[in-house]
Design a protein around this ligand. Sequence first.
Ligand code: URP
Ligand code: ZN
Ligand code: ZN
Ligand code: ZN
Length: 496
Amino acid sequence: MSEPSGILIKGGQVVNDDCSVISDVYMENGKIVEVGLDLRIPGGARVIDATDKLVMPGGIDTHTHMELEFMGTRAVDDFYIGTKAALAGGTTMILDFVIPEKGKSLLEAYDCWRSKADPKVCCDYSLHVAVTWWSDQVKKEMQTLAEEKGVNSFKMFMAYKDVFMLKDSELYAAFSHCKEAGAIAQVHAENGDLIAEGAKKMLSLGITGPEGHELCRPEEVEAEATQRAITIAHAVNCPLYVVHVMSKSAAKVVSNARRDGRVVFGEPIAAALGTDGTHCWHKDWAHAAGFVMGPPLRPDPSTPGYLMDLLANDDLSLTGTDNCTFSVCQKALGKDNFTKIPNGVNGVEDRMSVIWEKGVHSGKMDENRFVAVTSSNAAKIFNFYPQKGRIARNSDADVVIWDPKMTRRISAKTHHQAVDYNIFEGMECHGVPVVTISRGKVVYEEGRLTVPAGHGRFIHRKPFSEYVYKRIRQRDQVGKPTAVERKPYEGKVISV
Ligand code: URP
Ligand code: ZN
Ligand code: ZN
Ligand code: ZN
């Protein structure tokens, strides 16, 4: 039976990042047409009763790596399975990363990602592009990507030495060009040289298991790089976005920088908010390896609660997942050497529930802040607000109907992802997505997904997001250093 085009969601509490109000929502042809009470709607529209439920913007996952070829293998969640799983968890858009090899064209890599993703995605998506080397060609291609290809964010790696890592002078050049292009500079902030040395040291001590991954890159390795990236970005007055903030030390650096007035945003991920790195010390190798990702999940068990406090207080700004999934047999590439364990964990399906449980159910944040950190802030920073991240007339009809009283237990046995384990295994979560609507269609309901491959669309993002660039532009105007006017020096000068 074909879906009637109009959908009326009735009697729910509509939650945006600035208010919650009981209201009906009518949508048609992929857009929200009206929000209010006693709406007049055309006959034939489907009515969904949302009494005692919340009606929120669909989640936006700012950080995924679907089918990424990485560390000798390929992530098992592809753009089809991964985006279907996202929808089952109430997420209606992902931002994935194009990661060209060093020396390769950014534009060709972008085209390659588009051709993989476009036919498969079940929800809308957009792309960040990584800058893994520096040249005039890269500079030109960044400009083209920003002006013509809908990319306004570029990720630079300070780790993965000899693979993706840039040196400081290249970071300076890349950040400067992000600013010229009106893009946001993103960093993977870890000191790659120290990691390489630390890894050699751990192996020489006979530490070959997953715990070696964290031991060779303790918190200060992340915090130092975070501070360095902030310093370089400030030197060129470029907005900075720190992806996967994993430690208390790095989070404090971001938070202090924000308090010092820097235009910097920190992105904690579901993994770091919902679990911790103690698992990497587990006696069962496969269990321990499942939690290996970079920067590492930290063994300090107070980390998730601390990151959540900072997220609630706006010291950290929004959430992604870094969903980059490798099954146990792939992780086993590193069974005798932790440096060969493919880095990455799951999250795209469970992010919304984990953040509701640890953030809202715990009382750290209200439902409005939940919307801010799961969708609105992403849309504002990456420049597609209020097209997404808001329940309002003319916004995209990407909606999740959320039952805050219902609970579910996360398990690899029931998840929709391709990966064969789940880092949140056994976690009971209050807050369950009961209906997900993507592009105005019900795609998930009563535990069933009904969405074809290619249902999603690429979201073109323009440069110079006002939310980010207003302050940057003004600072450029008023903050220009000026020379002191003085008479020329006319005294003696030594001869050399
Ligand atoms: O472990 C991770 N984070 N894998 C994906 C690559 C990255 O650095 O984001
Ligand atoms: Zn990274
Ligand atoms: Zn464990
Ligand atoms: Zn990542």
